[in-house]
Design a protein around this ligand. Sequence first.
Ligand code: GLP
Length: 243
Amino acid sequence: MKNCIKIIKKKNANEVGKEASNIVLNEIKKKPSLVLGLATGRTMIQFYRELVKLFKNKKINFSKVKTFNIDEYYGIDWNDLRSYKKYMDKNLFEKIKIKKENINFLDGSKKNWRKECLDYEKKIKEVGGIDLQILGIGRNGHIALNEPGSSFKSKTRKIKLNEETRRANVGFFNSIKEVPRYALTSGIKTIMGSKKILLLATGKEKRDVVKKALKGKITKKVPASILRKHRNVIFILDSNALG
Ligand code: GLP
């Protein structure tokens, strides 16, 4: 199958963040009410820093933008400092002007997670789908928190986190015991429904998985490999991740 993924290679993580933020800027210029899918993790830090810079320089206007974050830990609430919601508040939402009602987030404190996930899917539909989805990639190939083995038909749901994923995120916690065992995640089908996707990867530790995603078999074992079946995907990689 023809690989339709466009690859943009950048020198370092800062440049990756800059490139991604400029793409967001252009998409918002084209459509001020852009529906933007957002991710968390270390890779996204530079990207959010660059978006904030664009906002401070009055180049970007978020007043009509709607956001949907793709995942959240299960069993902790938004006030918890370890939640992805707090990460987003700290790195982006508190630093830009965006309407609270335009920020959409899965709530990991809801007992009825099925309803939470269905409501999330419904909200995406109501706004006409995600225009631009930003993704990171886990060292095991996960996108959002769709761990290896996730069905390509999966929708938003509760998922058990792999030990590898928990270990990769221990830096945001005091110890491995504190890292939640479950999360709510946007599904692979949900992500594939986005009109355009940007995947950002930086650092040597992502090199193997990026190679598998781009050149290996399209398999549930490497969830990001399915992106090759999407019509409009850009991988923005630093020289370490591309190898
Ligand atoms: C995290 C996030 C994902 C992210 C990925 C990569 O657990 N929940 O949405 O894409 O894993 O994270 P990092 O950039 O820290 O490697």
